[in-house]
Design a protein around this ligand. Sequence first.
Ligand SMILES: *Cc1c(COP(=O)(O)O)cnc(C)c1O
Length: 395
Amino acid sequence: MSSFDSWLSKRIDKTKKAGLYRTLRTMYSAPHSEMEIDWQRQTVFSSNNYLGLAGDEQLIYAAEAILHEFGVGSSGSRLTTGNTIWHKNLEKRIASFKQMEAALLFSNGYLANLAVLTSLPEQGDVFISDQLNHASIIDGCRLSKADTVVYRHIDIHDLEEKLKETKCYRRRFIVTDGVFSMDGTIAPLDKIMRLANDYHAYVIVDDAHATGVLGRNGRGTNEYFGVNPDVVIGTLSKAVGTEGGFVSGTKVLVDFLINHARPFIFQTSIPPSSCAASYVALELIERGSEKRKQLLSNVKYIKNKLENLGFTVKGDETPIIPVIIGEPDASVTFSKRLQEKGIYAPAIRPPTVPHGESRIRLTVTTEHSSTQIDHLLDSFKVIGEELKIIQVVKS
Ligand SMILES: *Cc1c(COP(=O)(O)O)cnc(C)c1O
């Protein structure tokens, strides 16, 4: 082995010893509640396709029509030849969906976060960031000119403490996920907005998991709480079912980002066909309150049943249902046993979650049938008893 490879192998071995080694699985079918994973049929309880839109025929038709007209790739960055009428249409649609003045598209949510967080602050500014914020927020803060102060997860008192401690900074940006991706908790945006007002801070929300899911029309945490943060970031890759990220806010904000955000300036834009699919998805989402009700009733049902079995279940009423197992090895075994029963729900381990809180992270979609859900719950009972995660339940 070359010295290069042996150096890397040693580091991989360390990862393996810590029980944190990861491998890829291959999907051989479209994203629905049942998929061919490594040639095995599995019921999937881990996708972000909350409303089943990723495989929706109406989106496929919309994308196909534009694909024939505009081709496969966009051919340039937005500031050169990559800005089609479909990019503009979709941005207008996102702005009206989010009920903001304007919106700007990015290749994905990760880059949307990097774009905002690296371009907005100047030297002498500070981010006040929730402890469990998504990796793309953490990376954005690190790459920026601002300092970062972390507050305890959704702890409004600690946030106020941090606001008091950071009075020497020029500008302060409170930055938070709307719905936290690993804990399924909802950020208390109403309280955060009130504090921001009292302490003259700006609020940036990453609504990746709330878009399409929370609020009467699925607009996200801003609709859920009836508030207007300064910047709302989101992704089209979760409930919307397509790909792309966005930032919504004022026209001035969008104008600023077009001129200052490097991930916007130096990246080829997403294909117009994808924009067309997203456009249709947003129409369906706004009119989809029945689907959302069904989604949240699936969530309630599963959470109640798991808690009654004796599992520790985290989170608020969102489609993300983290079931705490404890040690990384036990979580991996649990996930493997689920797979043997035809259920795909990966174990989430450190560094993604804190030590001792390794978990099975379930997600529910509108495509899950009651038969699939009951099979999930039966399997959790059997495996939970077997691995002594819960006590034997006599029935
Ligand atoms: C998934 C996710 C992102 C990244 O979005 P992509 O479009 O997949 O790049 C950003 N923030 C949060 C909170 C997410 O869950």
